[in-house]
Design a protein around this ligand. Structure first.
Ligand code: KG4
Ligand code: ZN
Length: 330
């Protein structure tokens, strides 16, 4: 049994976690910067980088103390090396390199998307490769075929906004604040999802991509028309988004070899209406539906430590001069 320190700093969460190779989360600390960014209606890269730099070392100290672990006890130090806001990624990766250099423990430079892709296996030891992963958050919107550690096939991606971004922009248009997803979902509960005619971009197209820019513009027009209640707009937007996700999944999965399970990850996985639509879709296709606990779906360091543990098990580590990558497709 080994133990891995994970570090995550690619967006607006500063996090560290200790995870064992037999799937135990020994300790984890996560600090959200939501309050620092809320006045601006979105994440401001400079503010994020500075906040990561200020808080990461205390967070790593805290997680090591809570786990009762010394640096020399570690089997690997895993840090997000991209993709993400480069200032934040560099803060986490440089810290990991310094600790690795000082202790002689191997460094594992983790692709943040690989962290999301493998996290369901941390929560569910029975989840075998291959599986279909719908990754939907503020920054990501992809369907992946996860075939093994380091073996990912991207079946679909967005040509403009991510799904969480579309929720956040809709929330902004309706004056609901940031982050908007949970607020839109709450308001949608009291609205009529058929009240506002909204487009379903790309639905019916054979190309397995997402697009939400046209939906956002239509939401803006609906709001400006003054004809609809905010609740009806929120409910109709959410339904349009669900219809897009299900159609895009159908096209992507039809084009791929059958997979026994559908997994959802990313912050949007918190949305109960989307979850239940996915559950129905999976049942129709005789697929198991797996939704990891929310704390593992949103950005966290346990998933980075776990991806490190999976990579370590296959004998991989990275050189200390590994460069941070703002873009890094899986
Ligand atoms: O994974 P996450 O915490 O951070 C990244 O973006 O990587 O995801 C946050 C995103 C935000 O866009 C937020 O509005 C969205 O997930 N979100 C939701 C819900 N909860 C969070 N979207 C729709 N419904 C929700 N209940
Ligand atoms: Zn993420």
């Amino acid at each position: 049994m080994g133990i891995v320190l994970g570090i995550e700093s690619s967006c607006d969460e500063t996090a560290a976690a200790l995870v064992t190779t037999d799937r135990r989360i020994v300790a984890q600390v996560i600090a959200s910067q939501i309050e620092a960014h809320a006045p601006y209606g979105g994440v401001v890269p400079e503010i994020a980088a500075r906040a990561h730099a200020e808080i990461l070392t205390p967070i790593i100290r805290q997680v090591m103390a809570e786990g009762g672990v010394e640096l020399r006890d570690l089997d690997a130090i895993a840090a997000t090396a991209g993709p993400g806001l480069i200032g934040g990624v560099m803060v986490g990766l440089v810290s990991a390199k310094a600790l690795a250099m000082a202790s002689g423990v191997p460094l594992i430079a983790v692709n943040h998307l690989e962290g999301h892709a493998l996290s369901p296996r941390l929560a569910d030891p029975t989840l075998e490769f291959p599986y279909a992963l719908l990754l939907v958050s503020g920054g990501h919107c992809q369907i992946l075929r996860v075939e093994g550690v380091g073996q990912y096939r991207r079946l679909a991606t967005t040509i403009d906004d991510a799904l969480g971004e579309a929720f956040d922009k809709t929330a902004k248009l309706l004056g609901l604040g940031y982050p908007g997803g949970p607020a839109v979902e709450r308001l949608a509960q009291s609205g009529d999802s058929k009240a506002v005619p909204l487009p379903r971009p790309l639905v019916g197209s054979g190309e397995p991509h997402f697009s939400f820019a046209g939906l956002k513009s239509a939401v803006m027009r609906a709001k400006d028309s003054g004809k609809y209640s905010d609740a009806d707009i929120a409910a109709s937007f959410q339904q349009a988004a669900i219809d897009c996700v299900i159609d895009r999944l159908r096209v992507s999965l039809d084009a791929s070899e059958a997979m026994p399970a559908l997994v959802v990850a990313g912050g949007v996985a918190a949305n109960t209406a989307i979850r239940s639509a996915l559950e129905d879709f999976a049942a129709q296709r005789s697929m198991a539906f797996v939704a990891p606990p929310m704390a593992l779906c949103t950005d966290n360091a346990a998933m980075i430590a776990w991806a490190g543990a999976e990579r370590l098990a296959t004998g991989q580590s990275d050189p200390l001069d590994f460069a941070a990558r703002p873009r890094w497709p899986l």
